[in-house]
Ligand binder design. Structure first.
Ligand code: NDP
Length: 220
């Protein structure tokens, strides 16, 4: 049986042009509270998973990966085709290696069935897509992609990698074609209810950088 699975993309992107990366890393440094928000939201509850592209995995310092307290799934064309194996040394030591996003989701669907069978009170886990641009793009082509937790970086940074969907930058309506999905920004209360904690109101400042926490959902 196929278990419905929904994907939440988590991204920090510049307000001007949805920039997310530069030279293989983040365009900015020192957004400590923003990174703490990312960690709390992706960890809250039991058995959450984070899916990322191979380049994003490479961008995480080795001592911080796999990201703690979450099942890490990495996607690379160099990984064996077919259903990924369970990580050899356990999920705390190594990530699940998937040859495509579809195989990653198939693995997670089966893992959910197993965990539901083992413990009736399991929340089943949330699945977060945490980048980079290529994997966000692949996720946005799937109907499973329902939500984006966007940190809208108001300060501008020069970027070479971009989130492939304009949310509240240029008019979403302007680049909308007939079959493109519609994304709407949810209220601060709805955002708080979904993530399970209060959302800081308005523009936040860390060092010289200004940003705002937002939640967007696909409505069709
Ligand atoms: P990704 O992290 O998306 O990884 C790309 C790699 O994923 C490819 O090289 C390939 O791995 C694999 N891949 C991509 N598509 C497929 C597919 N269809 N099937 C199988 N494997 C696939 O790289 P990007 O360059 O797009 O993004 C990285 C940048 O984004 C960095 O600068 C990073 O810092 C930034 N970033 C920013 C975030 C933010 O919130 N601001 C969040 C995450 C990343 P292989 O080559 O091994 O085959």
């Amino acid at each position: 049986a196929t278990v419905p699975l929904e994907l939440t993309l988590v991204v920090a992107a510049t307000a001007r042009d949805m920039g997310i990366g530069a030279n293989g890393g983040l365009p900015w440094t020192g957004l400590r509270k923003e990174m703490a928000y990312f960690a709390r939201v992706t960890k809250r509850g039991d058995g959450n998973a984070v899916i990322m592209g191979r380049k994003t995995w490479d961008s995480i310092p080795p001592k911080f990966r796999p990201l703690r307290g979450r099942l890490n799934v990495v996607i690379s064309r160099s990984f064996a085709p077919g259903l990924p194996k369970d990580p050899a040394d356990g999920p705390d030591a190594s990530p699940v290696e998937a040859s495509s996003l579809e195989m990653a989701l198939e693995y997670l669907r089966r893992a959910k069935v197993d965990s539901a069978a083992e413990s009736a009170n399991s929340r089943g886990g949330r699945v977060f897509v945490i980048g980079g641009a290529q994997i966000y793009g692949a996720a946005l082509r799937l109907v499973e992609a329902r939500r984006v937790l966007l940190t809208r970086v108001v300060s501008d940074f020069s970027c070479d990698t971009f989130f492939p969907l304009a949310l509240g930058t240029t008019s979403v309506a302007a680049d909308k074609t007939a079959d493109a999905p519609t994304w709407v920004q949810r209220s601060r209360a709805e955002h708080a209810a979904w993530i399970g904690e209060e959302v800081p109101d308005g523009v936040q400042t860390e060092g010289e950088t200004q940003y705002e926490f937002q939640m967007w959902e696909r409505v069709d």
